[in-house]
Design a protein. Structure first.
Length: 486
């Protein structure tokens, strides 16, 4: 059985053939990629249809968008430095976050802030493109494996959160540019064309400017060629690897001071530390995929010890079945792919669901290997485990849709209340809200937390006392006046 074109030994005939001669594109590949892309649009339709925005975090970008539209300017430096005043070069050296590529794309898709359907559609389109790129990356080993893996990636519960949350566009972009980098590396090793090497440099730089997690790019390059690339065309392989490493070193030369300062501090919860942080983050990220009742990794704490253990065992079972179906080297390779995107964030004091986006590639490839190469028992196990993941993904899409709808209703009612108060005699009254017992209070808390950043009316207060509340939040996320008797 040929090995995947990633870490691992075994028969590397497929990889060697791929690197030694040009593989002509075919109608089959074009049709497969189109089908993958269209399937992604259909399978993620609830994320596209989210009413409004999923989280108030996305609305933090609306004020700079409005300012730039008003001034008829759309400069990357302005967007990058909105939260970190100074020149683009100053931000490169001193800003906690330096994401000009990601911010430029995000602000571009949010220019029509009154039409949230557009950024949601763009997110799903980007996800579909990543799924198609994943197919391109593995089609030379097995079109069937590549197709199954891409479709599993399209509906992976590890990807849904990042796709539905517009502010997580950075994770989609860094994954896209990483995949394009690996494809360009292989193309250069195969053809030796200088334009392919230039593409390696450009895509590496774009990845680094999309999100800080791209610091693993040198390892991504090695994974994309090991071991056949270094055996078949060692000179070109090392030139491509050196290009990525040189770009990475130059970038880190400017960014190291700011990243170290951020890791030493506690701003935004990004303080770094080894030991307990790594253990806690591993527990969270490994336990999340097969916990269908959890839609945010931060809520893993609400799982019982038994439920968390079952979820972790289920993930381990996927890679065990992969080893049975395709060998231990392939299984270990896919474990590396699952963990590699998480390496930069395992040391942080916070964990966030969108960090798992790129990791879902490793899990999708593992399940695809079981379904394509496994025997009857292995395939049955993979089908059951895959069904659990699909249930999780469907429930997460529904959760994000409902949360977006809830936030939109709350904001609309708060705007109506502010307008009514402003037209009444006396100063506008602050909205003090009592969530009903079955109301999703966490959506209200999220709205209130960021309210003053993008809305000029009084910040809504939240209370658990009926006597202090002038509004009540219902289960359907509408605000109704609190009656005197309430």
């Amino acid at each position: 059985m040929p090995a995947l074109p990633i870490i691992g030994g075994g028969d590397n005939t497929v990889i060697s053939q791929y690197l030694s001669k040009r593989t002509p594109s075919s109608k089959t590949d074009a049709l497969s990629m189109l089908c993958i892309f269209m399937a992604t649009l259909v399978l993620c339709c609830m994320l596209t249809a989210i009413p409004g925005y999923f989280s108030s975090d996305e609305m933090l970008f609306l004020p700079p968008v409005s300012l730039m539209k008003a001034s008829a300017r759309f400069a990357v430096s302005d967007m990058t430095t909105f939260f970190h005043p100074g020149t683009l070069f100053h931000s490169l050296i001193h800003a906690q976050f330096f994401r000009p590529t990601g911010v430029a794309v995000l602000m571009g898709v949010m220019r029509h802030e009154e039409l949230p359907f557009i950024p949601h559609l763009v997110m799903v389109v980007l996800h579909g493109m990543n799924c198609a790129l994943l197919y391109c990356l593995f089609r030379n080993e097995s079109r069937r494996l590549a197709l199954v893996a891409a479709l599993l990636f399209a509906v992976s519960p590890l990807a849904m959160y990042a796709v539905g949350w517009v502010a997580a566009i950075f994770d989609l972009l860094v994954t896209m540019f990483a995949l394009l980098t690996v494809l360009s590396v292989r193309s250069f090793v195969r053809t030796g064309r200088s334009t392919r090497l230039l593409a390696v440099f450009i895509f590496t730089l774009l990845a680094l400017c999309s999100k800080e997690t791209a610091v693993v790019m040198p390892a991504v390059a090695v994974l994309g060629l090991w071991p056949a690339g270094y055996r078949t065309s060692p000179g070109r392989a090392w030139v491509a690897t050196g290009t990525i490493v040189f770009t990475w070193l130059a970038f880190m030369l400017f960014r190291s001071s700011a990243l170290l300062d951020a890791a030493a501090g506690s701003s935004g919860g990004y303080k770094a530390g080894f030991g307990p942080n790594v253990i806690d983050n591993l527990r969270v990220y490994v336990g999340y995929p097969f916990a269908p009742g959890i839609f945010d990794v931060g809520n893993i704490v609400f799982l019982s010890v038994a439920a968390l253990a079952c979820s972790i065992v289920a993930l381990a079972l996927v890679f065990f079945l992969t080893a049975v179906a395709a060998g231990w080297r392939r299984s270990l390779s896919l474990i590396v792919i699952f963990l590699l995107p998480l390496l930069p964030v395992l040391i942080l004091t916070k964990h966030e669901t969108q960090y798992l986006y790129a990791s879902s590639i490793g899990l999708s490839l593992a399940l695809a290997s079981c379904l394509v190469h496994g025997g009857r028992v292995v395939r049955l196990g993979a089908v059951i485990l895959g069904a659990l993941l699909l249930i999780h993904a469907a429930r997460e899409q529904d959760y994000m849709y409902q949360s977006g709808a809830c936030q939109t209703r709350l904001i609309s009612d708060l705007d109506t209340y502010a307008h009514f108060s402003a037209t009444s005699d006396g100063p506008p009254a602050q909205p003090v809200i009592l969530p009903a017992g079955d109301a999703p209070w966490w959506v209200l808390a999220n709205v209130a937390f960021h309210w003053d950043f993008w809305n000029k009316s009084a910040i809504p207060g939240i209370t658990d006392s009926a006597s202090k509340a002038n509004l009540i939040m219902t289960k359907s996320c509408h605000l109704v006046p609190n009656s005197p008797s309430g």
